[in-house]
Design a protein. Structure first.
Length: 181
């Protein structure tokens, strides 16, 4: 059953993700299912507090959530190292062109499956265009950036989450990977 007024802002990545009762490793909970729509309700450093359609909530590594392309990042987000979107767009075009050539050779019988896998290994692009907004994956820096046509700002990163500054009266947050502290 969907909670009234629920409007997803993000979805869980395609492989699912671990979740915690609080932003720290002390109280893990059930992992979130792949591509589950969630609403990001709070951020604390890299941690994100999400609510699911049924009202259940959990803390996750908020940087790995996939944004529903309706609400771009606020202008206060840190700018990306590459402020001009054109170099990333050119790299995406080149990568797609290399992949397209390999697909044509595979389809035409010029490549076998293993050769195709070798030829395309390491190719990676990500791009979402929604009107004037664009989300690009920057493979050099392992992050998603948002662009409005004139500049880019970092939206999500592949880095491990950083601990949140201690809150008076609470124990410091320790960040862990799924393999442990």
């Amino acid at each position: 059953m969907t909670t009234p007024g629920f409007r997803p802002t993000h979805v869980v990545p395609q492989h699912g993700m671990p979740a915690w009762e609080a932003p720290g490793p002390d109280r893990p909970t059930m992992p979130l299912d792949p591509l589950l729509p969630v609403q990001l309700v709070e951020r604390r450093g890299d941690w994100g507090h999400v609510r699911c359609a049924n009202g259940w909530s959990a803390w996750v590594d908020g940087r790995h959530l996939v944004a529903v392309p309706q609400d771009p990042p606020t202008t206060g987000d840190p700018e990306a190292r590459t402020a001009d979107p054109r170099p990333l767009l050119a790299r995406a075009e080149q990568t797609l062109a290399h992949y397209r050539v390999a697909v044509e050779e595979l389809a035409g019988g010029g490549l076998d499956g293993e050769s195709f896998r070798v030829r395309t290994r390491g190719l990676r692009i990500g791009i979402v265009v929604d009107g004037e907004s664009v989300w690009l994956y920057d493979t050099d820096h392992g992050r998603w950036v948002y662009g409005d046509g004139t500049r880019l700002s970092t939206y999500a990163t592949d880095d491990e989450p950083r601990a949140v500054a201690p809150d008076p009266g609470h124990a410091p947050t320790q960040v862990v990977s799924p393999d442990g502290p």
